[in-house]
Design a protein around this ligand. Structure first.
Ligand SMILES: *Cc1c(COP(=O)(O)O)cnc(C)c1O
Length: 381
């Protein structure tokens, strides 16, 4: 089955009791047994829910994995993976990791003796140098947020494989339409389905897809033992969102490309971060491992100040000022004061996040309206 067909059909059967073509929302906590231990495969809804099962099967097919395991949020999924580790184990992750994953590793798991190291993952030598006999997990995120840096998934996974280290790719920014990390050698893929998979900014949900049954069993155990499961309504919303993933992401990528080109030519703009540009340092790798270059674009103003950035941020009308990404509607954000506000200014600037850096999650509105909106806001600077 080809990808677009899988989005709509993989793991999805008409409901056996009624023939309903859409997977029903099984809003139940328990299931009646015929006799003790005699049941239809469902005992208690933390452990199993039919709406969730369908979503898990569908996601496994989309990522070419063995099994999907869903969680209450992207961070709950990350939490479950980190719970596979034990005190003394070490993790290598990117120095521009998603802020929530950073906080989870540093402020929660470090307390339990799991030691994180943050390195520039675009540099294989830096990863190699951080590996020791305790390294148990390499956490890859690509493209990164908000600078859209690109990590070479197959090279990092090959290095990890030689040393018997588990790899996990946060595939939230790309979605399985653009990038399939398991095909490139990763052991696990994680998603904030809140973003492109759900696609309509109407739910919070997380998922892991495992490459092997052994990893899936361990994660199913943690899913049930720790209990951060999504509700059936949220599973339904993500299932519905997934059906249009390809058309949404294809259009958003097309809009993002046009917007990146428009911004690059704008006299008030110093730099545009977009992996689709040939002079982007990760362009060749992105072209190799992604189907298209994604729908996230960030840019810096020539007049690099928070005040000037604020003029852009408060004057767009179609681009809504909000955290999150991956919905059909375009969003605009300011990493320095929003997602990365807790990082000291000096450190933030050292990591390449200037005061005027603005991040766009490009949606699927008409491109002419989107560009006019940016044009009007930039005119205020
Ligand atoms: C949003 C996001 C997460 C966390 O997901 P939630 O669903 O908000 O918990 C993790 N990784 C990336 C790259 C994200 O953008």
């Amino acid at each position: 089955m080809k990808f677009a067909t899988k989005l709509i059909h993989a793991g999805i059967e008409p409901d056996p009791s009624t023939g309903a073509i859409m997977t029903p929302i099984y809003q139940t906590s328990t299931y009646v047994q015929d006799a003790p231990g005699v049941h239809k495969g469902y005992e208690y809804a933390r452990t199993q829910n039919p709406t969730r099962t369908v979503l898990e099967k569908n996601l496994a097919a989309l990522e070419n994995g063995t099994a999907g395991i869903c969680f209450a949020s992207g961070l709950a999924a990350t939490d479950a993976i980190l719970k596979m580790l034990k005190p003394g184990d070490e993790v290598i992750a990117s120095n521009d990791l998603y802020g929530g994953s950073y906080r989870l590793m540093v402020r929660i798991f470090q307390k339990f003796g799991v030691i994180p190291h943050f390195v520039d993952m675009t540099n294989l030598e830096k990863i190699q140098a951080a590996i020791n006999e305790n390294t148990r997990l390499i956490w890859i995120e690509t493209p990164t947020n908000p600078l859209l840096r690109i990590v070479d998934i197959s090279k990092v996974c090959a290095l990890a494989d030689q040393k018997g280290i588990m790899t996990c790719v946060d595939n939230t920014f790309a979605s399985p339409y653009l990038q399939k990390p398991l095909d490139l050698g990763a052991d696990l893929v994680i998603h904030s389905a809140t973003k492109y998979l759900g696609g309509h900014s109407d739910t919070i949900l997380g998922a892991v897809v495992a490459s092997t049954q052994e990893l899936a069993d361990e994660l199913h155990f943690i899913q049930n033992a720790s209990g951060a499961v999504p509700g059936p309504m949220d599973c339904f919303l993500v299932l519905r969102g997934i059906k249009t993933l390809h058309v949404r992401v294809r259009q958003a990528c097309k809009n993002a490309k046009d917007i990146a080109q428009y911004l690059k030519a704008h006299p008030k703009i110093k730099k545009v971060h977009y992996p689709g540009f040939e002079d982007h340092p990760g362009h060749a790798i992105a072209a190799k491992q992604m189907k298209k270059f994604g729908a996230m674009v960030s840019f810096e103003l020539k007049d690099d100040s928070i005040e000037k950035a604020n003029l852009v941020l408060s004057n767009t009308r179609l681009f809504s000022l909000a955290e999150s990404l991956g919905g059909v509607e375009s969003l605009i954000g300011h990493p320095a004061s929003m997602t990365h506000g807790s990082i000291p200014r000096e450190e933030r600037i050292k990591n390449g996040l200037s005061d005027s850096l603005i991040r766009l999650s490009v949606g699927i509105e008409d491109i002419e309206d989107l560009i006019e909106d940016l044009e009007n806001a930039l005119a205020k600077v």
